[in-house]
Design a protein around this ligand. Structure first.
Ligand code: HEC
Length: 181
């Protein structure tokens, strides 16, 4: 190897070490990277989120009247929660007010909630098993749309314990067997 090539190589190595030192996170620092999953390509993250909220059926459970009105709910009323309970083996839960969730949490926290089934606390029928598979970019778009609507503090009934029938309106999601007596 010629002397000049050797110098060049040493220079590159030094640069590589420097770059590595600046980008490799320490064991404790959490650095979020974009995964390589597919994502929606729209004019803005808010527009992507608006589209995803609809096609991923989020409104069905998180916007009151969405199913009954075939999706014709003005933005002013969207995603502020659904007071009709979902009763199942898990007890009774309600499609949460996502505008308040977006108001209370950062975008990174929202991504964590969606990927970890609300840190293991989330119940069905929220499709956590599917939600965990969104690309980071789409999860961030969903957050941005909920956030863009602004807070709307509509209160929902409290979750109910397993085996206790709720008092208000609810959908029964318990498994029944027509062959058993
Ligand atoms: C089949 C109904 C259903 C669908 C569809 C659904 N959700 Fe949910 N979601 C729920 C219910 C019910 C809860 C509350 C679960 C609980 O209390 O344990 C919930 C909880 C959540 C939470 C956690 C809120 C919190 O901090 O407590 C987020 C975030 C969320 N949903 C976002 C979404 C998004 C985004 C979509 C669409 C991709 C979606 N959900 C689709 C029913 C649904």
């Amino acid at each position: 190897m010629t002397r000049s090539r050797l110098i060049l190589l040493t220079g590159c190595l030094a640069t590589a070490t420097l770059v590595a030192a600046t980008v490799v996170p320490s064991a404790t620092a959490r650095v979020r990277t974009q995964d390589d999953k597919p994502f929606v390509n729209a004019s803005s993250q808010v527009a992507a989120g608006e589209y995803l909220m609809t096609v991923a059926s989020c409104h069905d459970c998180h916007t009151a009247g969405w199913v009954e009105k075939k999706g014709n709910v003005p933005k002013a009323d969207q995603l502020s929660g659904n007071p009709i309970g979902y009763y199942g083996a898990w007890g009774t839960v309600y499609g949460k007010n996502l505008r308040q969730v977006a108001d209370r949490h950062t975008e990174d926290e929202w991504v964590d909630i969606m990927k970890t089934a609300d840190h293991g606390q989330g119940n069905l029928p929220m499709p956590w098993h599917d939600a965990a598979k969104f690309s980071d970019k789409d999860l961030r778009a969903l957050y941005q749309y909920a956030k863009s609507l602004g807070p709307k503090p509509v209160r929902l009934p409290r979750n109910g314990k397993p085996g206790v029938k709720p008092t208000g309106q609810y959908i029964d999601l318990t498994v029944k067997d027509s062959t058993s007596k």
